[in-house]
Design a binder for this molecule. Structure first.
Ligand SMILES: Nc1ncnc2c1ncn2[C@@H]1O[C@H](COP(=O)(O)OP(=O)(O)OP(=O)(O)O)[C@@H](O)[C@H]1O
Ligand SMILES: C=C(C)CCOP(=O)(O)O
Length: 291
Protein backbone atom coordinates (compact mmCIF):
# COMPACT_ATOMS: atom_id res chain seq x y z
CA UNK A 1 0.00 0.00 0.00
CA UNK A 2 1.28 3.50 -0.84
CA UNK A 3 2.13 5.63 2.13
CA UNK A 4 -0.06 8.72 2.20
CA UNK A 5 0.56 11.96 4.08
CA UNK A 6 -2.16 14.24 5.39
CA UNK A 7 -1.86 17.71 6.88
CA UNK A 8 -4.23 18.80 9.62
CA UNK A 9 -4.43 22.41 10.70
CA UNK A 10 -5.89 22.79 14.16
CA UNK A 11 -7.30 26.28 13.86
CA UNK A 12 -6.84 28.84 16.58
CA UNK A 13 -10.63 28.95 16.93
CA UNK A 14 -10.64 25.23 17.76
CA UNK A 15 -7.80 25.15 20.28
CA UNK A 16 -8.01 28.61 21.86
CA UNK A 17 -10.67 31.03 22.97
CA UNK A 18 -10.25 33.87 20.48
CA UNK A 19 -12.28 36.22 22.69
CA UNK A 20 -9.46 36.27 25.24
CA UNK A 21 -5.71 36.78 25.42
CA UNK A 22 -3.55 33.65 25.72
CA UNK A 23 -6.63 31.66 26.61
CA UNK A 24 -6.99 28.01 25.66
CA UNK A 25 -10.39 26.80 24.56
CA UNK A 26 -12.71 25.21 27.06
CA UNK A 27 -10.93 22.09 28.50
CA UNK A 28 -13.61 19.69 27.22
CA UNK A 29 -13.36 21.18 23.72
CA UNK A 30 -9.57 20.96 23.69
CA UNK A 31 -9.63 17.43 25.06
CA UNK A 32 -12.10 16.25 22.46
CA UNK A 33 -10.10 17.89 19.67
CA UNK A 34 -6.82 16.31 20.78
CA UNK A 35 -8.46 12.93 21.46
CA UNK A 36 -9.62 12.93 17.86
CA UNK A 37 -6.07 13.65 16.70
CA UNK A 38 -4.85 10.72 18.81
CA UNK A 39 -7.50 8.37 17.36
CA UNK A 40 -6.82 9.55 13.82
CA UNK A 41 -3.07 9.11 14.33
CA UNK A 42 -3.65 5.49 15.41
CA UNK A 43 -5.84 4.81 12.36
CA UNK A 44 -3.29 6.40 10.05
CA UNK A 45 -0.29 4.51 11.43
CA UNK A 46 -2.16 1.20 11.34
CA UNK A 47 -2.69 1.79 7.62
CA UNK A 48 0.89 2.96 7.05
CA UNK A 49 -0.04 6.61 6.56
CA UNK A 50 1.43 9.75 8.11
CA UNK A 51 0.36 13.00 9.70
CA UNK A 52 1.71 16.54 9.71
CA UNK A 53 0.12 18.93 12.21
CA UNK A 54 -0.02 22.70 12.03
CA UNK A 55 -1.78 24.76 14.64
CA UNK A 56 -3.12 28.29 14.43
CA UNK A 57 -2.23 31.06 16.84
CA UNK A 58 -5.68 32.05 18.05
CA UNK A 59 -5.57 34.16 21.20
CA UNK A 60 -1.83 33.42 21.59
CA UNK A 61 -0.91 35.39 18.46
CA UNK A 62 -3.58 37.49 16.79
CA UNK A 63 -4.23 40.06 19.54
CA UNK A 64 -0.48 40.41 20.20
CA UNK A 65 0.29 40.85 16.47
CA UNK A 66 -2.36 43.53 16.31
CA UNK A 67 -1.24 45.29 19.48
CA UNK A 68 2.38 45.58 18.28
CA UNK A 69 1.50 45.98 14.58
CA UNK A 70 3.87 43.18 13.57
CA UNK A 71 2.44 42.08 10.20
CA UNK A 72 3.58 45.10 8.11
CA UNK A 73 7.09 44.87 9.60
CA UNK A 74 8.86 46.57 12.38
CA UNK A 75 9.71 49.85 10.78
CA UNK A 76 6.13 50.84 11.60
CA UNK A 77 6.16 49.87 15.24
CA UNK A 78 8.11 51.68 17.91
CA UNK A 79 7.89 48.84 20.37
CA UNK A 80 8.77 46.00 18.03
CA UNK A 81 11.48 44.38 20.13
CA UNK A 82 9.12 43.89 23.03
CA UNK A 83 6.26 42.92 20.71
CA UNK A 84 8.21 40.33 18.73
CA UNK A 85 9.74 38.79 21.83
CA UNK A 86 6.35 38.75 23.56
CA UNK A 87 4.40 37.12 20.71
CA UNK A 88 7.07 34.42 20.32
CA UNK A 89 6.84 33.66 24.01
CA UNK A 90 3.03 33.35 23.75
CA UNK A 91 3.22 31.13 20.64
CA UNK A 92 5.80 28.86 22.20
CA UNK A 93 3.67 28.37 25.28
CA UNK A 94 0.71 27.36 23.06
CA UNK A 95 2.88 25.01 20.99
CA UNK A 96 4.32 23.52 24.18
CA UNK A 97 0.83 22.91 25.54
CA UNK A 98 -0.44 21.25 22.35
CA UNK A 99 2.69 19.13 21.95
CA UNK A 100 2.86 17.95 25.54
CA UNK A 101 -0.87 17.08 25.47
CA UNK A 102 -0.31 14.99 22.34
CA UNK A 103 2.91 13.43 23.62
CA UNK A 104 1.02 12.26 26.72
CA UNK A 105 -1.47 10.64 24.31
CA UNK A 106 1.40 8.68 22.73
CA UNK A 107 1.50 10.71 19.53
CA UNK A 108 5.25 11.08 18.74
CA UNK A 109 5.18 14.81 18.06
CA UNK A 110 8.19 17.01 17.36
CA UNK A 111 7.58 20.76 17.52
CA UNK A 112 9.04 23.01 14.83
CA UNK A 113 9.02 26.79 15.05
CA UNK A 114 8.71 28.21 11.51
CA UNK A 115 10.86 31.20 12.63
CA UNK A 116 13.85 28.84 12.75
CA UNK A 117 13.35 27.56 9.19
CA UNK A 118 12.30 30.52 7.08
CA UNK A 119 12.92 34.18 6.44
CA UNK A 120 9.92 35.20 4.36
CA UNK A 121 10.03 37.57 1.38
CA UNK A 122 7.08 39.94 1.69
CA UNK A 123 4.93 37.57 3.73
CA UNK A 124 2.37 35.79 1.50
CA UNK A 125 4.43 36.64 -1.63
CA UNK A 126 7.27 34.41 -0.42
CA UNK A 127 8.38 32.00 -3.17
CA UNK A 128 7.96 28.30 -2.46
CA UNK A 129 11.73 27.86 -2.88
CA UNK A 130 12.30 29.57 0.47
CA UNK A 131 10.16 26.98 2.25
CA UNK A 132 12.49 24.15 1.18
CA UNK A 133 14.50 23.98 4.45
CA UNK A 134 11.25 23.78 6.43
CA UNK A 135 9.82 21.09 4.15
CA UNK A 136 13.09 19.13 4.24
CA UNK A 137 13.00 18.99 8.04
CA UNK A 138 9.30 18.02 7.99
CA UNK A 139 10.14 15.21 5.55
CA UNK A 140 13.07 14.09 7.70
CA UNK A 141 10.83 13.86 10.78
CA UNK A 142 8.20 11.94 8.76
CA UNK A 143 10.84 9.53 7.47
CA UNK A 144 11.86 8.85 11.07
CA UNK A 145 8.24 8.18 12.06
CA UNK A 146 7.53 11.41 13.96
CA UNK A 147 4.57 13.76 13.68
CA UNK A 148 5.98 17.24 12.92
CA UNK A 149 4.02 20.06 14.57
CA UNK A 150 4.32 23.54 13.07
CA UNK A 151 2.33 26.68 13.78
CA UNK A 152 1.43 30.09 12.42
CA UNK A 153 4.33 32.26 13.54
CA UNK A 154 5.95 35.65 13.86
CA UNK A 155 8.92 35.40 11.48
CA UNK A 156 11.74 37.50 10.06
CA UNK A 157 11.06 38.93 6.61
CA UNK A 158 13.68 40.02 4.06
CA UNK A 159 11.62 43.04 3.01
CA UNK A 160 9.51 44.00 6.02
CA UNK A 161 11.94 43.08 8.78
CA UNK A 162 9.35 40.84 10.37
CA UNK A 163 5.85 39.65 9.58
CA UNK A 164 3.10 37.23 10.59
CA UNK A 165 3.03 33.96 8.69
CA UNK A 166 -0.28 32.12 8.84
CA UNK A 167 -0.44 28.37 9.35
CA UNK A 168 -2.77 28.38 6.31
CA UNK A 169 0.15 29.55 4.12
CA UNK A 170 2.47 26.98 5.68
CA UNK A 171 -0.12 24.34 4.80
CA UNK A 172 -0.18 25.50 1.16
CA UNK A 173 3.60 25.73 0.81
CA UNK A 174 4.15 22.25 2.28
CA UNK A 175 1.78 20.80 -0.31
CA UNK A 176 4.04 22.28 -3.01
CA UNK A 177 7.10 20.49 -1.62
CA UNK A 178 5.80 17.25 -0.08
CA UNK A 179 3.39 14.79 -1.67
CA UNK A 180 0.20 15.23 0.32
CA UNK A 181 -3.12 13.41 -0.12
CA UNK A 182 -5.46 15.46 2.05
CA UNK A 183 -5.50 18.84 3.84
CA UNK A 184 -7.95 19.41 6.68
CA UNK A 185 -8.67 22.73 8.33
CA UNK A 186 -10.28 22.08 11.71
CA UNK A 187 -12.01 25.15 13.11
CA UNK A 188 -14.99 26.00 15.33
CA UNK A 189 -17.72 26.04 12.66
CA UNK A 190 -18.86 23.26 10.30
CA UNK A 191 -17.36 24.92 7.25
CA UNK A 192 -17.97 27.89 4.97
CA UNK A 193 -21.27 29.72 5.03
CA UNK A 194 -22.46 32.70 3.03
CA UNK A 195 -21.87 34.80 6.08
CA UNK A 196 -20.53 34.18 9.61
CA UNK A 197 -22.78 31.44 11.08
CA UNK A 198 -22.23 32.88 14.54
CA UNK A 199 -23.96 36.03 13.41
CA UNK A 200 -26.61 34.49 11.17
CA UNK A 201 -27.88 31.15 12.41
CA UNK A 202 -30.97 31.16 10.19
CA UNK A 203 -31.60 28.80 7.29
CA UNK A 204 -31.02 31.78 5.00
CA UNK A 205 -27.36 31.13 5.75
CA UNK A 206 -26.79 27.44 4.94
CA UNK A 207 -23.50 25.59 5.06
CA UNK A 208 -21.81 25.56 1.65
CA UNK A 209 -20.81 21.92 1.34
CA UNK A 210 -18.77 22.28 -1.83
CA UNK A 211 -16.74 25.18 -3.17
CA UNK A 212 -15.16 25.23 -6.61
CA UNK A 213 -11.54 26.29 -6.47
CA UNK A 214 -11.82 28.12 -9.80
CA UNK A 215 -14.60 30.42 -8.62
CA UNK A 216 -13.16 33.88 -8.85
CA UNK A 217 -15.54 35.92 -6.77
CA UNK A 218 -16.18 34.97 -3.20
CA UNK A 219 -19.68 35.61 -2.02
CA UNK A 220 -18.84 34.61 1.52
CA UNK A 221 -18.46 37.42 3.94
CA UNK A 222 -15.90 37.43 6.67
CA UNK A 223 -17.67 39.34 9.39
CA UNK A 224 -15.56 37.82 12.10
CA UNK A 225 -15.79 39.83 15.27
CA UNK A 226 -12.57 38.31 16.67
CA UNK A 227 -9.14 39.81 16.05
CA UNK A 228 -7.51 37.98 13.14
CA UNK A 229 -4.48 39.45 11.40
CA UNK A 230 -4.16 36.70 8.77
CA UNK A 231 -7.46 37.11 6.95
CA UNK A 232 -9.83 34.95 8.99
CA UNK A 233 -12.12 32.64 7.05
CA UNK A 234 -11.56 34.56 3.79
CA UNK A 235 -7.82 33.87 4.07
CA UNK A 236 -8.49 30.20 4.68
CA UNK A 237 -10.71 29.94 1.57
CA UNK A 238 -8.00 31.65 -0.50
CA UNK A 239 -5.25 29.21 0.57
CA UNK A 240 -7.54 26.18 0.39
CA UNK A 241 -8.38 27.10 -3.21
CA UNK A 242 -4.72 27.58 -4.04
CA UNK A 243 -3.96 24.11 -2.70
CA UNK A 244 -6.56 22.52 -4.98
CA UNK A 245 -5.69 24.69 -7.98
CA UNK A 246 -2.04 23.67 -7.65
CA UNK A 247 -2.84 19.97 -7.30
CA UNK A 248 -6.38 18.80 -7.95
CA UNK A 249 -5.62 15.37 -6.49
CA UNK A 250 -5.47 16.82 -2.98
CA UNK A 251 -8.71 16.66 -0.95
CA UNK A 252 -9.18 19.91 0.88
CA UNK A 253 -11.71 20.10 3.70
CA UNK A 254 -12.88 22.62 6.27
CA UNK A 255 -14.69 21.07 9.24
CA UNK A 256 -15.48 21.50 12.91
CA UNK A 257 -13.53 20.24 15.93
CA UNK A 258 -15.07 17.21 17.59
CA UNK A 259 -17.37 16.42 14.65
CA UNK A 260 -17.67 12.98 13.09
CA UNK A 261 -16.52 14.61 9.86
CA UNK A 262 -13.30 15.84 11.51
CA UNK A 263 -12.49 12.35 12.80
CA UNK A 264 -13.33 10.61 9.52
CA UNK A 265 -11.37 13.09 7.41
CA UNK A 266 -8.34 13.02 9.74
CA UNK A 267 -8.45 9.20 9.69
CA UNK A 268 -8.25 9.30 5.88
CA UNK A 269 -11.61 7.65 5.42
CA UNK A 270 -12.81 8.00 1.83
CA UNK A 271 -15.15 10.83 0.98
CA UNK A 272 -18.44 9.21 0.00
CA UNK A 273 -20.46 11.19 -2.49
CA UNK A 274 -23.90 10.19 -1.21
CA UNK A 275 -23.07 11.14 2.34
CA UNK A 276 -24.52 14.36 3.66
CA UNK A 277 -21.45 15.78 5.31
CA UNK A 278 -21.59 18.75 7.62
CA UNK A 279 -18.37 20.22 6.25
CA UNK A 280 -17.05 22.12 3.24
CA UNK A 281 -15.01 20.43 0.51
CA UNK A 282 -12.97 22.55 -1.87
CA UNK A 283 -12.74 20.81 -5.24
CA UNK A 284 -11.62 21.44 -8.79
CA UNK A 285 -14.76 20.01 -10.40
CA UNK A 286 -18.28 19.34 -9.18
CA UNK A 287 -17.79 15.58 -9.76
CA UNK A 288 -14.52 15.23 -7.89
CA UNK A 289 -15.80 14.71 -4.36
CA UNK A 290 -15.09 10.96 -4.20
CA UNK A 291 -11.50 10.09 -3.35
N1 LIG B 1 -18.56 33.09 5.83
C1 LIG B 1 -18.11 32.46 6.93
N2 LIG B 1 -18.24 31.10 7.03
C2 LIG B 1 -17.78 30.45 8.13
N3 LIG B 1 -17.18 31.06 9.18
C3 LIG B 1 -17.01 32.40 9.11
C4 LIG B 1 -17.47 33.16 8.00
N4 LIG B 1 -17.16 34.47 8.21
C5 LIG B 1 -16.57 34.53 9.41
N5 LIG B 1 -16.46 33.29 9.97
C6 LIG B 1 -15.80 33.01 11.26
O1 LIG B 1 -14.54 32.48 10.95
C7 LIG B 1 -14.08 31.78 12.09
C8 LIG B 1 -13.02 30.80 11.69
O2 LIG B 1 -11.93 31.51 11.11
P1 LIG B 1 -10.58 31.64 11.89
O3 LIG B 1 -9.61 32.38 11.04
O4 LIG B 1 -10.82 32.13 13.28
O5 LIG B 1 -10.16 30.11 11.92
P2 LIG B 1 -9.01 29.31 12.62
O6 LIG B 1 -8.15 28.75 11.55
O7 LIG B 1 -9.67 28.33 13.51
O8 LIG B 1 -8.20 30.35 13.49
P3 LIG B 1 -6.68 30.85 13.40
O9 LIG B 1 -6.62 31.77 12.19
O10 LIG B 1 -6.47 31.56 14.69
O11 LIG B 1 -5.83 29.64 13.23
C9 LIG B 1 -15.31 31.13 12.68
O12 LIG B 1 -15.22 31.20 14.07
C10 LIG B 1 -16.48 31.97 12.12
O13 LIG B 1 -17.21 32.61 13.18
C1 LIG C 1 -0.82 35.51 14.58
C2 LIG C 1 0.17 34.69 14.37
C3 LIG C 1 1.42 34.88 15.08
C4 LIG C 1 0.15 33.54 13.42
C5 LIG C 1 -1.16 33.40 12.68
O1 LIG C 1 -1.33 32.08 12.21
P1 LIG C 1 -2.80 31.53 11.91
O2 LIG C 1 -3.56 31.55 13.19
O3 LIG C 1 -2.55 30.14 11.41
O4 LIG C 1 -3.40 32.39 10.84
Amino acid sequence: MTKKVIIVKLGGAAITDKRGICQLSDPSQLEKTLNQVETAYQHLTQSGHQLILIHGAGSFGHPQAKQYNLKPGWTTSANYLKGFSHIRHCLQSLSQHICSSLESRNVPVLAMSPLDYIQTQDCEQTPTELFKPMAARVQQYLDLGFVPVLHGDAVLDQIRGCTILSGDIIMYQLTRLITVTRCIFVTDVNGIYKTDPKQDKTDKNPLITQILAQEQELQQSNNNTMVDVTGGMQGKIKWAKKIVLSDDKIDCIICKWGSKEALEMMSLEPIVKQDSYQMTIVTSTLESVVS
